[in-house]
Design a protein around this ligand. Sequence first.
Ligand code: NFA
Length: 101
Amino acid sequence: MSDAATTPRTITEPKTERPRLHKVILFNDDFTPRDFVVMVLKAEFRLNADQARRVMITAHQRGVCVVAVFPKDVAETKATRATEAGRKMGYPLLFRTEPEA
Ligand code: NFA
């Protein structure tokens, strides 16, 4: 048999790319109480009291703050649940996701 028939001409490297992570972003608003934001951050994102307060204050001062990064489905579920926790109380609290750069 000829070489041409048996020798692969291109070697494909088995590259496994990790799925991109997605950021969960907290948006400031003028109505949701600070303590409620902190409570949601602790409950849904497992932040400790200090981390939760820093994220809340950063969003309050700058308009937005990245809470954490997760695989897409986890980020979306957490953002939805956290937003829903505010909605249930009549607050416009908003979390959204976006793919990490
Ligand atoms: N800006 C809100 C307040 O002063 C607190 C807040 C922080 C809301 C971060 C949403 C996000 N009560």
